[in-house]
Write a protein that binds this ligand. Structure first.
Ligand SMILES: C[S@@+](CC[C@H](N)C(=O)[O-])C[C@H]1O[C@@H](n2cnc3c(N)ncnc32)[C@H](O)[C@@H]1O
Length: 317
């Protein structure tokens, strides 16, 4: 037990006296920053291109994001690179209109100057996936991303964010689990960044994604398998018994499912996806051959050192 940090205990005990609304207040991390949104969207695109899944960015017209967090900025970056519809599915309403509009302006500026992907600053030291080259990926974009086109797209995005009639469609669904979506075989790409480790029912989530995508549609998920400050070691959360873990999750805004890399691959394949590309990031396992205590989950030897991974898969034609 000595591996558990003090803070989760304190938070759990506090959750018995504090109102749930206070604990679930908005705020989630990265997408508050337009530079973060820019680097995340382009990192997914660069690696989709590298894996051969993205041949022509102009064909990516309908996109969805799971867990956008503090803003819709990553999707707005997608709309600036040519998508026309963006659906954002979260469990908490973190994002607001003013911030989204501000971020749309900043992102347009970065695309206009074809800025390199931010990665050196302190705030990006934990941002994954890592790339070999962070220069602006001009090879992905043709002449259609001229300044004039970018300004037209920016205007369409701002009108959509302001609920004005627009050719650009943005649909923010903050409590998506409680709502049925009409999307059926329509989307080109669904992505997420640091989210799928928080989804309790990944089997349901990957199946919904499969339904929403058109045949040939792509998923691109960057998943963080680490402990999220619950324990001292990056993978110490896999060694906490079920009851203690349940107690420690009290008071968190959203859960941590503790599933390792291989479990996500299995669930994606069960939903019908074909895995096309993986980019794991490895860290040293301090627990040797000790078996994890996560119930009903088989850990492979490989899982024990995979701290995060980008996984890209397709819905077969
Ligand atoms: C660590 S934040 C990441 C936010 C954003 N993607 C980023 O990179 O900054 C996790 C996000 O996942 C959302 N989330 C948690 N469980 C979810 C679920 N079951 N379905 C969709 N989103 C979920 C949270 O509300 C939050 O917005």
């Amino acid at each position: 037990m000595q591996q558990v940090n003090l803070y989760p205990f304190v938070r759990s005990i506090a959750s018995y006296v504090l109102p749930a609304k206070l604990l679930k207040r908005p705020g989630s991390g990265g997408t508050f920053s337009s530079k973060y949104c820019y680097t995340v969207w382009l990192r997914h695109l660069v690696l989709l291109s590298k894996s051969g899944l993205l041949k022509d960015v102009s064909k990516i017209k309908k996109i969805a994001e799971i867990g956008p967090g503090d803003s819709l900025g990553v999707g707005i970056a997608g709309l600036l690179t040519g998508a026309e519809e963006y659906y954002a599915f979260d469990v908490i309403e973190h994002a607001n209109r003013e911030r989204n509009i501000q971020i749309a302006s900043e992102l347009t500026g970065y695309f206009k100057e074809r800025m390199d992907l931010p990665h050196k600053e302190h705030e990006f030291r934990n941002t994954h996936p890592l790339l070999d080259d962070y220069s602006f990926p001009s090879y992905i974009f043709d002449d259609s991303s001229t300044i004039e086109t970018l300004e037209k797209r920016e205007q369409g995005i701002k009108m959509a964010l302001s609920d004005e009639e627009s050719e650009t469609k943005i649909e923010y669904v903050p409590h998506w689990y409680e709502k049925e979506s009409n999307l059926q075989g329509e989307l080109d790409l669904i992505y997420s960044q640091a989210v799928m480790e928080h989804v309790d029912d990944v089997s349901h989530a990957y199946s919904r994604m499969y339904d929403w995508l058109k045949p040939g549609g792509i998923i691109s998920h960057e998943i963080d398998f680490k402990t999220h400050e619950m324990t001292k070691e990056w993978n110490g959360h896999w060694y906490i018994d079920k009851r203690t873990w349940k107690f420690l999750l009290n008071g968190r805004k959203y859960s941590i499912n503790r599933l390792p890399f291989s479990a996500h691959l299995i669930e994606m394949e069960k939903a019908g996806f074909v895995i096309k590309y993986v980019l794991p990031f490895q860290m040293e396992n301090a627990f040797g051959d000790r078996l994890p205590k996560v119930p009903n989950v088989n850990f492979t030897k490989e899982d024990m050192t995979i701290a995060s991974a980008l996984i890209q898969a397709v819905k077969p034609d």
